[in-house]
Structure formats: structure tokens, C-alpha cells
Design a binder for this molecule. Structure first.
Ligand code: SF4
Ligand code: SF4
Ligand code: FES
Length: 235
């Protein structure tokens, strides 16, 4: 049996213990699902795809932010014990469900929307895979919006206004998108005190990202672009 301590409540919580049968190849999400289906149907948690695509199942597992549908109990349990809490640095809706509004609002603040430079009737843009811009985009584009990096970033803890690794990583993919027409607005959006210059390069985001993305590298790229624009007097 696993001894699973689960955060119950909102920002104020108590840890409730459940005994969950141990199974081979069991994931942390399987454990939470067992609790909700067999032990306490009032437990709130979030998931959708179960295969590492949707980014909705992230939680704090034994103190570390992780996607739970692809995290096996065998990798993370300590003496057959798990402690499950919602993601750090976000308000709690209930139990294991973090309120993601602030996280995605910051994507919008970082100008994370694509602004097309061509019209619907224009031919498809061709962006060769071996160009510098395309390689930069390809290295960072597979983000699933899980907020594991955000919950692992100390700068977010110290400066709640900080846009954070995921929003800045998104901005970097668009900064390298040759089809986008809002580059100067985006650079201005990521240049302020809450933007890329606030990153202290602690690299926790890159170490924890389950998609092996390095927001640290993306943020370093944004810092270069912001510095160049400042030198040219464009900011
Ligand atoms: S590298 Fe920057 S964004 Fe990533 S965890 Fe460290 S401070 Fe946060
Ligand atoms: S960069 Fe990685 S850790 Fe951060 S939201 Fe995207 S997939 Fe999740
Ligand atoms: S449930 Fe979709 S990524 Fe885990």
C-alpha cells in the first residue's frame, strides 16, 4: 500500500492521508484517480489527455512540480509515501487544482499572440527548417502550458509580477517567427522590470520542464534582443 498525503482545501489546507493499493507501472495520476473514484469523490484535481499532451495534470509531488500522467510512482515515492500538493506560485481553487488565470494572463502580457503579417488569401509562408530562426522556434515550440517551470521558478516567488519562464519562452518563439508583425510591441512587452531581465538564470525551469525545453535559453535570447534594441534606441 502507498501512504498518500493530499492537500485538501484552498490556500489554507490540511493534509489528508489515503491508503492506495500499489500497482506496477502506476502513475501519480493513477493514484489520484483511484482516490477520487474509490475513496473520496469530493477530491478535486485536473487532467484531460493522460498522455503528456494537454498540460493540465501538473502538481507538486514530494516537493517537486511534475506532470503526473507521465510520472511513475516508482520514480518519486519515498518509502512508499507520496505527498501531493497543488502547483506553487498560483492561487488554489480547491485541493490539487491551481488557478491558472494568472499564468495565462502573463502569456497575453508577454504578447504571446501570433500577429500575422500576411492575409488569408496569400500563399503559405515557407520557412526552411535549417534557418537560425526556425531552429530557435523548433527548440521551444513544444510547450504544453503545464506551468511546471513557473511553479519551480524562484524569481516568480520573489517577484509575483514576473512574467515567468513559460510566457517568455512563448514570446521567444514568436520573436523568431518570420511571419509575425508585432516584433517591436513584443520586445517592449518583455523588456520591463517584470520581463526577461528579471530572470536570474537559476535554470530550475529548464531542469524541470517535462518537454525538455530550456526557457532559460529562450530568455537569454530575449535578453540579447532587448539589449540590441536598447543600444539602437528602439526601446
Ligand atoms: S532561469 Fe529564469 S525563468 Fe528559469 S527558473 Fe531561473 S529565474 Fe526562473
Ligand atoms: S516550458 Fe515546459 S515546464 Fe514550462 S509550461 Fe512549457 S512545457 Fe511546461
Ligand atoms: S493529463 Fe494531459 S499532460 Fe497529463
Amino acid at each position: 500500500m502507498l501512504d498518500v498525503a493530499v492537500w485538501r482545501g484552498g490556500d489554507e489546507c490540511r493534509l489528508q492521508h489515503f491508503a492506495v493499493p500499489r500497482r506496477e507501472t502506476q502513475t501519480v495520476l493513477d493514484v489520484v484517480t483511484h482516490i477520487q473514484r474509490h475513496l473520496d469523490p469530493t477530491l478535486a484535481y485536473r487532467f484531460a489527455c493522460r498522455v503528456g499532451m494537454c498540460g493540465s495534470c501538473a502538481m507538486t509531488v514530494n516537493g517537486v512540480a511534475r506532470w503526473t500522467c507521465r510520472t511513475h510512482v516508482a520514480e518519486v515515492a519515498r518509502d512508499e509515501r507520496l505527498e501531493l500538493r497543488p502547483l506553487n506560485h498560483l492561487p488554489v481553487v480547491k485541493d490539487l487544482v491551481a488557478d491558472m488565470r494568472e499564468f495565462f494572463d502573463k502569456w497575453a502580457r508577454a504578447r504571446g499572440q501570433f500577429s500575422p503579417s500576411s492575409k488569408r488569401t496569400d500563399d503559405f509562408a515557407r520557412v526552411p527548417p535549417d534557418t537560425r530562426e526556425r531552429r530557435a522556434v523548433d527548440a521551444a515550440i513544444e510547450c504544453i502550458g503545464c506551468a511546471v517551470c513557473y511553479a519551480s521558478c524562484d524569481t516568480v516567488a520573489w517577484n509575483p509580477d514576473y512574467l515567468g519562464p513559460a510566457a517568455l519562452n512563448r514570446a521567444w518563439t514568436l520573436a523568431n517567427d518570420v511571419r509575425d508583425s508585432a516584433q517591436s510591441e513584443r520586445l517592449a512587452a518583455v523588456a520591463g522590470d517584470a520581463g526577461c531581465l528579471a530572470c536570474h538564470t537559476h535554470v530550475s525551469c529548464a531542469e524541470r520542464c517535462p518537454k525538455q525545453i530550456s526557457p532559460t535559453a529562450s530568455i537569454a535570447g530575449l535578453k540579447r534582443l532587448v539589449s540590441l534594441a536598447a543600444l539602437k534606441g528602439e526601446l
